[in-house]
Design a binder for this molecule. Structure first.
Ligand SMILES: [Zn+2]
Ligand SMILES: [Zn+2]
Length: 287
């Protein structure tokens, strides 16, 4: 399986000098799986525009895409109207995600393209577009690929995905708040459930929004402090930990600092977990 990062920032795009190294687009990752006709896309933040440009340049249509939406906060869906394959006859595109309160997955995506907010509505998609609603703790298959879901700790309903193919495991866990163990909100059973879900993952992409000192001012915002992320990845025996969903006020150097601190913590734990902070455009083969 091959993973490519098209946007690694959370919450809001970060253009300019702050983001020359890691890139400034919001969340979007692709997973290409051998013998699977579908391209898996995780979230459709502004990074999906780069993916769209790439696919248009390659010009190998028709294509089949599965777009897994973690949740419909702006930074995870507002690239959708700019994904050109949606407007091409012959492409098959399935959105996978969960409902929000009384709003279906289709409605949450359609609403941001209501004519008040955007000049093109989803009625104008020419591809064969479908919507697959999933619940938490669900297992389903796409071809030979096994997919499982988990409900994450974030305002609204946010879904994490575990993808398994030929004994290789890829997990996509954003946005999620791991409470410090001394927090009144800490629930060991929730943490254990997540650890079980990501156990032995060859690659874990996970919300690592804050340095611990930043988190102190942003508790209950639905994002994790770094040390908790590293602890959980270590306990789950993850092979490769990818720091992801960086705060828009962080400069490249702050993301690098998160990475250095994560390496430090792993060293102290005598951990076998490898850790990277992937940058936009980075491609990684899962081994
Ligand atoms: Zn987000
Ligand atoms: Zn969110």
């Amino acid at each position: 399986m091959e993973v490519e990062f098209w946007g690694v920032r959370g919450t809001f795009p970060v253009p300019g000098k702050k983001s020359e190294h890691y890139g400034g687009n919001t969340n979007c990752v692709t997973l290409t799986i051998p013998n699977c006709k579908s391209l898996f896309i995780f979230d459709a933040g502004t990074g999906i525009k780069e993916l769209s440009n790439h696919l248009m340049h390659k010009n190998q249509f028709p294509i089949d895409c599965k777009i897994f939406i973690s949740h419909p906060h702006y930074d995870h869906i507002n690239g959708i109207p700019f994904f050109a394959p949606l407007y091409m006859v012959g492409n098959q595109i399935e959105f996978i995600g969960t409902h929000q309160n009384n709003s279906s997955l289709e409605k949450t995506i359609a609403d941001q393209m209501d004519s008040v907010y955007f000049p093109i509505t989803i009625e104008e998609f020419s591809a064969a577009v479908s919507f697959h609603e999933v619940k938490q703790d669900e297992t389903f298959f796409i071809d030979e690929v096994k997919i499982q879901t988990i409900l994450l700790n974030h305002p609204g309903r946010c879904i994490g995905y575990r993808v398994e193919y030929q004994n290789k495991i890829f997990c996509y866990i954003t946005d999620n708040e791991l409470y410090p163990e001394n927090s009144p909100c800490y629930l060991a059973e929730d943490v254990n459930k997540l650890i079980h879900f990501i156990e032995n993952a060859n690659m874990l992409i996970i919300d690592s929004t804050y340095l611990d000192e930043e988190y102190q001012r942003k508790t209950s915002w639905g994002h994790s402090p770094l040390t908790r992320v590293v602890d959980v990845a270590h306990q789950a025996n993850v092979k490769l930990l990818c720091l992801y969903h960086h705060d828009p006020d962080q400069f490249d150097k702050d993301i690098e600092m998160k990475w250095v601190r994560a390496l430090d913590q792993l060293k102290k734990l005598h951990s076998t977990v490898r850790c990277i902070a992937p940058r936009e455009g980075e491609r990684i083969v899962i081994v």
